[in-house]
Design a binder for this molecule. Sequence first.
Ligand SMILES: [Zn+2]
Length: 409
Amino acid sequence: MSLLDTFQKKEKEEGQLPTTDFDDEKIPGLVDEIFAAAISIRASDVHFKPVDEKLKVYFRVDGALQTFQEFEKIYHHPIIARIKIISGLKIDERRLPQDGKSSFATEGKEVDLRVSVLPTSFGEKAVIRILEKNPEMINLRDLGMLPNILLRIEKHLKATYGMIMAVGPTGSGKSTSLFSMISTFDATKVNISTLEDPIEYKIPNVTQTQINTDIGFDFSDGLRTLVRQDPDIIMVGEIRDKKTASLAIESALTGHLVFSTLHTNTAVGSIQRLLNMEIDRFLISTAIKLIISQRLVRKVCSYCREPYAVPSKYHELLQRETGMDPAKAFFYRAKGCERCHNIGYHGRIGLFEVLEMSPVIEEMIVKGVTNQEIEAQAAKEGMILLKKDALYKAATGDITIEEAIKVMT
Ligand SMILES: [Zn+2]
């Protein structure tokens, strides 16, 4: 059964399946139905992609693309035209890319649509990002952190100065982690200010400022002003350059708790990134308290997952990397049911690697030892590497071994 079938099942049962004959007047309703389906399945993006004689519609769900529907060529222009109309784009401009905005409401849920239209060899392709107007904040305890990682983080949230960083590639859930941490504070008792690009979650009583590089207002400008606003806690959406990095470090050393993100792959690699930005070793070692490196992976649907025997090479991998007894592991594979729209996966979970600054590690940073040496010392002090967290979560049935392997390569 395809993803589309799971939506049409009810209509089929009631004998209301729409006719397949092309009807221009039905296009607006058809486009609405596609968006409503996308929202109900929690899709983050909808792709309308022309290929040969077809127009294919894909949804991105939990980070993975899923085929949704296929139309005959005759639908291509009318559907793209409808998308252009609702997002205020020029219908007759088919040679240049266009960007637009729209909004959509279904079953009490309101979303913003960011529309991008691109000319391709098969005609125009439209990709629509779906942004929830008021996304729900995830509790720190629900991100999927192992208990000892959570304890380490909660301990550092009690500090009054220093820097806590969430690092990882785009879409790894860094800002969700930062906001989950920030929302543990009572913003009526401490002054919390953020600089963001874009503002994703709105938190009561927190001063949130949108960065706007088009008019020359970047993170370092914002940060320079923020420190004059008597802050206790500062969040800098992302450290992209030396200016922002040194101001953030300076703020962390002068009595502020600073949260930020870096685009790096490992916790230890973040130290190297700051060094590359010409930040002083001693300042890095004293300002940074915690580096949380993370990824987001798909959770296997708990309603239809199937226990199975994984190939023995995964048992060996599990034992080698985690020391866990393979006989005690429970691996599951994705199957597909009505609840997960036959995808087999539902929702996502974080994988975490948390580097906690210690006197020994501080000294190693100042001395300038290799990343591997720091990583080995951190592991000795209890840091769980990302790949280990991935394998734990596969061996306990939260994720499939395939999802675990993806973050290890
Ligand atoms: Zn399922």
